[in-house]
Design a protein around this ligand. Structure first.
Ligand SMILES: Nc1nc2c(ncn2[C@@H]2O[C@H](COP(=O)(O)OP(=O)(O)O)[C@@H](O)[C@H]2O)c(=O)[nH]1
Ligand SMILES: [Mg+2]
Length: 352
């Protein structure tokens, strides 16, 4: 019950006011009645009536308010439902957009799918820049680079298709190691590239300038002998024939050389041109898969704007990058692979 006061000239009139307000069916109880006279001498009656609470609340419009609140809640529910109905497709759109962007920049589709698809329904797929950052962070996490051995012996064999820059890279590496002012190394080059006319003579000239050992090898026996001869060198660089992935004869001959390798002492580095397409890179990798590829050398970074294809490849295979080459100049255009630089370059490419 709520107590309410009514005033009128007489108590009866005051009660009638209460009746008027609450209607004939409301359980009104008269609690008190007082009669006063105004200063002008008029009679005033003041009564206090007990009003049932729901009638009182209804009279001050709480009903309407409740209704309104109810409606607001309903609207909110509706909006929530609409939002949750919209969100998955919004996520899907953003996922599609980011995948397209990354694929346009050369990143392998399967790698992206494996990375992004499990994120469905999470808030990261509702924001494009957030999702792009997520992909980049994952690249940063997964990209491996191979640090250069500082004092331990190095035996590196460069393999890869014709024309990717194996011989050029080998010449750069030879100079890098032989002329290192802090730790000059005793470098030997074993030259298995006996197919290309003039290749040996060219390297012989270069080796003479650097004052390093250079041995031509064209049989498996010769290879074993050569390895024996260079035992005292702390750096052995092996150049191989530019084996085209489709040239089985040469590949077999190289494989024969490779089978004669003392296990695990010579690292095979796969030389890949940054201009190559993802599928071609995979085909090349498969052709050299009889070798235990220890690292990847990226060449011709100066010839392309897209490093996404090679980046996608090393990410997919989990192969570390050891060196990057971005020009023909020997020995200048060669650097130890730097993760930040590779990723930074990819990020720059994302924006063009
Ligand atoms: N633009 C550019 N050209 C390169 C790079 N590395 C090698 N080359 C050139 O690619 C061509 C083939 O190089 P070569 O070392 O003979 O390749 P190989 O067949 O794998 O031994 C030569 O003209 C090189 O000068 C590079 O990083 N950038
Ligand atoms: Mg060559």
């Amino acid at each position: 019950m709520v107590e309410e006061t009514f005033t009128a000239p007489t108590p009866r009139e005051a009660f009638e006011l209460a009746r008027e307000k609450y209607g004939a069916f409301s359980q009104l109880t008269l609690l008190r009645a007082t009669q006063t006279r105004t200063q002008k001498g008029k009679l005033r009656a003041r009564i206090v009536v007990a009003v049932p609470e729901e009638d009182y609340l209804a009279s001050i419009g709480i009903d309407e308010e409740e209704e309104l609140i109810g409606e607001i809640y309903q609207l909110r529910d509706q909006m929530e439902r609409m939002k949750s109905a919209i969100q998955p497709s919004r996520g899907k759109e953003i996922v599609a957009e980011v995948k397209t962007l990354m694929r346009k920049k050369g990143i392998n589709e399967a790698w992206l799918d494996r990375l992004i698809d499990p994120l469905a329904g999470e808030s990261v797929v509702e924001d494009k820049s957030l999702l792009v950052s997520y992909v980049l962070e994952e690249m940063d996490d997964k990209l491996k680079v191979k640090p250069e051995a500082d004092s331990s012996p190095i035996s590196l064999m460069l393999v890869g298709p014709t024309g990717v820059g194996k011989t050029t890279t080998l010449a750069k590496l030879a100079a890098r190691f032989a002329l290192d002012p802090a730790h000059p190394r005793s470098v030997a080059i074993l030259n298995l590239d006996t197919f290309r006319v003039g290749a040996y003579e060219q390297m012989e000239h270069y080796a003479a300038i650097l004052g390093i050992t250079h041995i031509k090898v064209d049989t498996v026996e010769g290879f074993k002998d050569a390895l024996e001869q260079v035992r005292n060198h702390d750096t052995v660089l092996i150049d191989t024939a530019g084996v085209s992935p489709y040239d089985i004869g040469r590949l077999a001959q190289t494989a024969e050389f490779l089978r004669s390798l003392p296990a695990h002492t010579i690292e095979a580095a796969l030389v890949i041109s940054a201009t190559a397409k993802y599928d071609d890179i995979v085909a090349i990798y498969d052709h050299f898969s009889f070798l235990d590829i220890g690292s990847v050398v990226l060449t011709k970074l100066d010839e392309t704007r897209r490093i996404g294809e090679v980046l996608g490849f090393v990410l997919e295979k989990g192969l570390p990058v050891s060196y990057v080459s971005s020009g023909q100049r020997v020995p200048d255009d060669l650097e130890i692979a730097d993760k930040e630089q590779i990723l930074l370059r990819f990020v720059e490419e994302l924006h063009v």
